[in-house]
Design a protein around this ligand. Sequence first.
Ligand code: ATP
Length: 204
Amino acid sequence: MQLRTQNIAFRYGKEPWLFKNVNFTVDPGEIVGLVGPSGYGKTTFCRILAGYEVPNKGSVTLNGRPIKSKRKGYHPVQLVFQHPEKAINPRWKMGKVLNEGWQPDQQLLDALGIEEEWLTRFPNELSGGELQRFCVARALGPDTRYLIADEMTTMLDAITQAQIWKAVLKIAEQREMGIIVVSHEVNLIQQLCHRVIEIDHLNT
Ligand SMILES: Nc1ncnc2c1ncn2[C@@H]1O[C@H](COP(=O)(O)OP(=O)(O)OP(=O)(O)O)[C@@H](O)[C@H]1O
């Protein structure tokens, strides 16, 4: 199930083009780094892959079929970004947040260090790192074929970062899930990725 963009171009409204003619592929089980200066469109590109934005031109396909919009059911390309507090309904208790798209099993909760007592709390009663574990669990449903980690662990301490990546990599290997890692942390990218693409080079 290859994830592929063909000749995609995108701009916000009448702003200048952020990118044009982008051809990009990720294979199942592959871990690809996406790096580049701030403001060059990495997050926007990820949002297109995950169906949150529609490109002005070109197509995004999974296994040769056009990818559906985020609004229509569980999306096979899941995006986890830097700010979990913006991705979680503040009025829901964490148990409900966790089971929004699927029901993660105890093994995954343990691997991500999610504690039972957190499930009855509201999001504002947890730390950013604790909340991010829920966002990761939520994104790892059985129908996830690709995970996009957009600065996913940037705000976390080294131990939490390692714990989360260990759990994610194990699942990715078991399921042949592809991962796109966006990060400004060179060490993290070097450690995790099979290949690295610079956003500048997406256009060439
Ligand atoms: N909703 C929006 N409407 C208009 N312009 C936007 C919108 N979202 C982002 N932009 C602009 O598009 C450009 C690319 O933003 P994007 O967040 O994709 O970059 P990035 O490479 O991920 O940056 P960073 O590394 O800082 O996260 C920026 O100039 C940004 O200001």
